[in-house]
Design a protein around this ligand. Structure first.
Ligand SMILES: Nc1ncnc2c1ncn2[C@@H]1O[C@H](COP(=O)(O)OP(=O)(O)OP(=O)(O)O)[C@@H](O)[C@H]1O
Ligand SMILES: [Mg+2]
Length: 285
């Protein structure tokens, strides 16, 4: 990269993108950019004029107290909610308003704050549902079952088996997920998102309600996904120890506003962030 100083032509252009993560891994270009996003529900303003970016290959945490607007932001990214104001840029192009399934086809997958699995179905079948974006064979070829449909089925099964191995859940492949302990259900949900082979994975509180050991396991899987598959990850998490440990950069929301953005050390020493977590009222209230 050249030494010359570039002057931003618009506020959206970041003039000082770091080239490496805090632990020295190279950071890619901008994968996604949220520009001046505002989201209202009637009189409730869930997100107020928030801008931030997600760099290729990073683990980007979104943190903040309850009701800060974190889940709403993931719902904007994956198309569940449509912001009244602002622009979303993905891979250098402005994204038009899209439905969640169209966004899934762009390579964006997610897990939910409240586990969203089919409780009566096995681990294997739940994870298989994550392959829907890759099912292209026509209904006719699926019905008469030859050629393309058979090849596709084989490919889907192979991918699912690889993810089951990767997440070390072979022993529960046939178990209905409703019978699994919470921590394993969260892992199955991660598996369902991973078989879609996303380039951007959104995780809404992947460790909520877990004990220390389950959190350590989940942290390791998230890091492995990022390193082995090169998947960019945006993650909401309340456990600050985990967030500071595994994230490259952290954006902090409070009452729908962005109050901090930077690497873990910068965010940790940001006074507005410290106040928000200690419950000090902000000046706008
Ligand atoms: N579908 C909705 N309809 C109305 N209000 C909503 C809706 N979704 C979110 N909100 C409101 O938007 C605000 C932000 O909620 P959001 O769920 O994004 O917060 P959060 O940061 O994820 O909180 P938590 O840590 O508790 O999960 C809250 O005031 C919430 O009540
Ligand atoms: Mg939430």
């Amino acid at each position: 990269m050249s030494e010359s100083v570039t002057v931003a032509e618009s506020p959206a252009q970041d003039t000082h993108l770091p080239d490496t993560t805090p632990d020295g891994r190279p950071l890619g270009g901008t994968l996604m950019e949220m520009k001046n996003i505002t989201l209202r529900f009637g009189g409730v303003v869930a997100i107020k004029d928030i801008s931030f970016d997600i760099r290729e290959g990073e683990i980007r945490a979104i943190i903040g107290p309850n009701g800060a607007g974190k889940s709403s932001m993931l719902n904007v990214i994956n198309g569940f909610y449509h912001p009244q104001e602002g622009e979303i840029w993905f891979r250098g192009e402005r994204r038009r308003a899209m439905k969640p399934h169209q966004i899934a086809h762009l390579g964006i997958a997610r897990t939910f704050q409240n586990i969203a699995l089919f409780k009566g179905m096995s681990t294997l079948d739940n994870i298989m549902t994550g392959r829907f974006t890759h099912m292209k064979a026509s209904l006719l070829s699926q019905v008469i079952w030859h050629g393309k449909a058979a090849r596709e089925e084989e490919e889907n099964r192979e991918k699912v088996e690889r993810i089951i191995d990767f997440l070390e859940i072979q022993a529960i492949r046939k178990t209905p997920v409703g019978r699994l302990p919470y921590g394993l259900q969260k892992r199955v949900e991660l598996g369902r998102a991973l078989v879609a082979e996303p380039s951007l994975l959104l995780l809404d509180e992947p460790m909520a309600g877990m004990n220390v050991e389950e959190k350590e396991d989940m942290s390791r899987f998230i890091l492995d996904v990022n390193e082995e598959f090169g998947t960019t990850i945006a993650l909401i998490e309340h456990d600050m120890g985990v967030v500071m440990d595994i994230s490259d950069r952290v954006v902090v929301l409070d009452y729908g506003r962005k109050i901090g953005d930077g690497n873990p050390d910068e965010v940790r020493s940001n006074q507005a962030v410290i106040d928000a977590y200690l419950g000090v009222p902000n000046d706008d209230d």
